[in-house]
Design a protein around this ligand. Sequence first.
Ligand code: SF4
Ligand code: SF4
Length: 218
Amino acid sequence: MREKVIEFLKSRGAEQAGVCRAAENPFGMDYAISYTVRLSDAIVDGIDDAPTHTYFHHYRTVNAFIDRLSLECGFMLASHGFKYVPVPASQSVNGMQGIYSHKRAAVDAGLGTIGKSCLFLSSTSGPRVRLGTILTDCKFDILPAEPKNLCGDCRRCAAACPAMAITGAVWSPDTPRTEMLDAKACSDHMKSAFKHIGRGAVCGICMRVCPLGTNNNN
Ligand code: SF4
Ligand code: SF4
């Protein structure tokens, strides 16, 4: 099933796909499928010192695409007799994080790592991706993931952040998020400075300035 699932997702628009053991989750599912969908370079490159309306629309459209693709993958799993739970592409529950961390699944599935920006860095597209996750009881052969530090000496995201929310700390599986990012400063800045664009739900500057995944390293 591992190869079948990966082929299914890639043939429908995913750039990368992989599987891993799932951490504890409310559904008791033991496995997770993770995949990436690359964002439009032209749209990401259009972000300067503020997100654009086009970026916000693209963000929402790609999220809707991921919700649909995860559901289709779930239908495929169900047709083989397995249970599935598509994790919503973008959702917080009572102000808390969603039902399962997309970033955790993507790292555990070997698709990339976490950058100093706290964003997921795909090994092929850097931060220019959105993530999809499906929890399942389908047993997969698991290959060990070995996430590498891709940031090196770079600090572009920390220097560019208008909220000064990125500390520049290097990620490891044991690094608390609070050591890397002042999430409240990030959220407060988005709500106050970008309220007129996507109701303050997006920013994208730290993604835009990251050299990883760009075709021109600008
Ligand atoms: S999303 Fe914007 S405000 Fe938040 S950490 Fe990135 S650059 Fe800073
Ligand atoms: S901008 Fe530089 S430091 Fe920040 S996530 Fe990208 S590579 Fe890492």
